[in-house]
Design a protein around this ligand. Structure first.
Ligand SMILES: *Cc1c(COP(=O)(O)O)cnc(C)c1O
Length: 394
């Protein structure tokens, strides 16, 4: 971070490490030639390790939403019964895509700020069906809640064993614990601009053998987002359409950084920054939106107090170089969110806490200088298992 570069604390796109940014400036290659084939083959093998899967992983040039659309149109037919578990705006979006393409969608919705309740999902599964697919969101970015995907998937396997499990893991995969194969997930979608520290433009989709069987008979209309076409092309080291080559160069560089750090340490770092942000915001007097038992370690949402002028507050944050996100859908104007995923460190979120503190003090609120920074740092240290000196204020 320098004086002229803001602390971009939104839940994607994230800021880019310098080597990632520079990789995007490389000269183009022939996307039908051997350099591209080597690049894509390498990236796919490396993505599989982060996905923890032996399934196919395909790269689609699109925003994350395009990846979600590909996951619907490639495996389903109009009229298919689909259960959509939703805990917020992105769960609603996934359900909507399926509805637009003619699936027979039943929503099982939970209060925003809560995780999906496994017992209620089981009831919904048993009450309807037969289900062709169940849609779920790993990390609901709009409410800063992480669903218990392992438990939800186990429930689907028990109550609707034939249903494909299709997961939007766009804002969590690569940052927080996730097990594609151990949890038996058929289709898992992620996006380059979230945990992967890469510019927007690529979506990744893993596909199980069971899902490919479904693809063979799927009748939803599709062209650009046909994953079977992506698979055929990938086998020849290509993509069906011209890919975002520069973003692939970036991804290649970012995966090297992620491998150097290691998945366990990446998960630990996100646990630490998540704990730090929650502790800091709470110390500043903010009420958090997400259920603490399912708090996301990639994004945190806090209610805007009635007596805090959001525009003045956010304007001051921006002047001091802190960029945060507002609320989405029903939460617009009611909450703000701090992103802490991908290219994020404990010092970067401590800086965010310092800016929030200073801004609130400038607005005349009774905030003690340094208190939120200290609370955040203690929370991070404790999460990392570092002994905090005796007598440290909490
Ligand atoms: C960001 C995000 C998306 C959408 O990604 P776009 O690239 O904006 O289309 C979908 N789902 C979740 C959970 C996200 O965080």
């Amino acid at each position: 971070m320098n004086r002229f570069e803001p602390n971009l604390r939104i839940p994607g796109p994230t800021s880019l490490p310098d080597v990632v940014r520079e990789a995007g400036a490389r000269q183009m290659v022939n996307h039908r030639g051997p350099e591209f084939a080597a690049l894509q083959n390498g990236i796919i093998d490396r993505l599989k390790k982060f996905y923890k899967t032996t399934n196919d992983v395909l790269i689609v040039t699109a925003a994350g939403t395009g990846g979600l659309e590909s996951a619907i149109v490639s495996f389903l037919s109009p009229g298919d019964k689909v259960l959509a578990i939703t805990i917020g705006a992105f769960g609603d979006r996934f359900a909507k895509i399926a509805t637009v393409y003619g699936a027979d969608v039943t929503k099982v919705a939970f209060e925003w700020g809560k995780a999906a309740d496994v017992a209620r999902v089981r009831e919904a599964l048993v009450a309807g069906g037969p289900w062709k697919a169940v849609l779920m969101t790993q990390n609901e970015t709009s409410t800063a809640v992480t669903n218990p995907i392992g438990q939800l998937a186990a429930t689907v396997k028990e109550a609707a064993p034939n249903a494909l499990i299709i997961v939007d893991a766009i804002s969590g995969l690569g940052a927080v614990p996730f097990e594609t194969d151990a949890w038996g997930l058929d289709v898992v979608v992620s996006g380059s601009q979230k945990a992967w520290m890469v510019a927007p433009g690529l979506s990744f989709v893993s596909v199980s053998p069971r899902a490919w069987e479904a693809a063979a008979v799927a009748k939803m209309p599709k062209f650009y987002f046909d994953l079977a076409a992506h698979k055929t092309s990938a086998e020849a080291g290509q993509t069906p359409w011209t890919p975002a080559v520069a973003v692939m160069f970036q991804l290649d560089a970012a995966l090297t950084l992620m491998e150097q750090e290691g998945l366990d340490d990446i998960w630990k770092r996100h646990a630490a920054v998540g704990a730090a942000v929650r502790a800091g915001l709470t110390t500043l007097g903010f009420r958090l939106l997400g259920d603490p038992a399912y708090a996301s370690d990639t994004v945190t949402g806090a209610w805007i107090p009635d007596d805090l002028d959001w525009k003045a507050f956010n304007g001051k944050l921006r002047k001091l170089g802190l960029i945060v996100a507002g609320g989405q859908g029903a939460l617009k104007g009611k909450i703000f969110r701090i992103g802490h995923l991908g290219h994020v460190t404990v010092p970067a979120v401590l800086n965010a806490m310092a800016v929030l503190e200073q801004t609130l003090i400038e607005l005349g609120r009774p905030v003690k200088p340094g208190a939120a920074v200290a609370a955040a740092q203690v929370a991070a240290l404790e999460t990392l298992g570092v002994a905090v000196p005796e007598g440290t204020a909490r």
